[in-house]
Design a protein around this ligand. Structure first.
Ligand SMILES: C[S@@+](CC[C@H](N)C(=O)[O-])C[C@H]1O[C@@H](n2cnc3c(N)ncnc32)[C@H](O)[C@@H]1O
Length: 253
């Protein structure tokens, strides 16, 4: 088994594939790429669940925020893995998931998600039965462009574990109480959409809003982009209260 960095993101893909372009509500950036995956493979989701289980074994309640949740694949992946692998996983729910794309959040709020065959395969990989969580639907919904991708209804047992809302990461974090303890912030593969000033603002907000025993989970793309600028910034910043869990490694057979 090797460990290798994942480089699965290609900017030209974003520009050329109209299915992946969605307008955003903030008006500053016209389009963002909403590419996502169920159990996106820049993260070992089993490792993440062990990490969270251990870190929060003495916590009564954990505040889980999923910024830039796209169509819901990411918060659902987390909810299922926590539900399955962590006894007493209830303290992590509901996950507060948000994205600045209203179109994606509207579908997510309606309990609909489109899955490709490779998304479906991931359920087996993580020993989960897709029938426990999702049923194929014939609703008209935003479809991923991969051949064979179809919409699913999310079962209430999973849907009820995630609250979806529309919003920008900076305004959402600004509204949080200062120093909220036991906070897990997933902000994965979205930092490159922020300007340099916004990235600085994000780091300031993280230090102000995340309290004792918090964690930030990032993605491979957050480290690759801008010629390593973000990675360098991440290394320079000592988050006061939060650990940084880097999702940039994946196990490959
Ligand atoms: C490449 S997708 C990543 C989705 C998911 N986090 C993942 O890693 O699979 C980027 C997402 O970030 C969202 N986004 C971009 N800028 C944002 C912002 N300032 N606040 C909230 N969401 C944002 C986009 O709408 C898009 O859904």
């Amino acid at each position: 088994m090797n460990i290798s960095p994942v480089k699965n993101y290609n900017l030209s893909f974003c520009a050329n594939n109209v299915n992946y372009l969605r307008s955003t509500i903030d008006g500053r950036r016209k389009y963002a790429c909403c590419y996502t995956r169920m159990f996106r493979s820049d993260l070992d989701w089993n490792l993440l669940s062990y990490y969270l289980e251990n870190k929060y074994k003495n916590a009564q309640k954990v505040n889980v925020l999923n910024a830039a949740c796209s169509d819901g694949s990411e918060p659902y992946s987390l909810a299922m893995i926590l539900d399955k692998k962590i006894p007493g996983g209830k303290k992590f729910f509901p996950i507060e998931a948000f994205d600045c794309s209203k179109l994606l959040i509207d579908d997510a709020n309606n309990g609909i998600i489109s899955l490709s065959p490779s998304d479906v395969d991931k359920f087996d990989y993580y020993n989960l039965d897709i029938d426990d969580y999702m049923k194929p639907s014939y609703e008209s919904v935003y479809k991923r462009s991969e051949e064979g991708s179809i919409p699913y209804f999310v079962a209430p047992v999973l849907r009820n574990k995630v609250n979806f809302s529309c919003g920008d990461i900076l305004s959402k974090l600004s509204k949080m109480d200062n120093k909220t303890p036991n906070t897990v912030l997933l902000c994965r593969n979205m930092i490159p959409y922020l300007s340099i000033n916004e990235i600085s603002e994000l780091f300031k907000l993280i230090n102000k809003k995340l309290g004792r025993n918090s964690a930030i989970i990032i993605g491979s793309y957050d480290l690759d982009r801008l010629g390593g600028y973000i990675d360098v910034k991440m290394r320079q910043i000592n988050f006061k209260e939060a650990d940084l869990f880097r999702g940039s490694l994946v196990y490959e057979n």
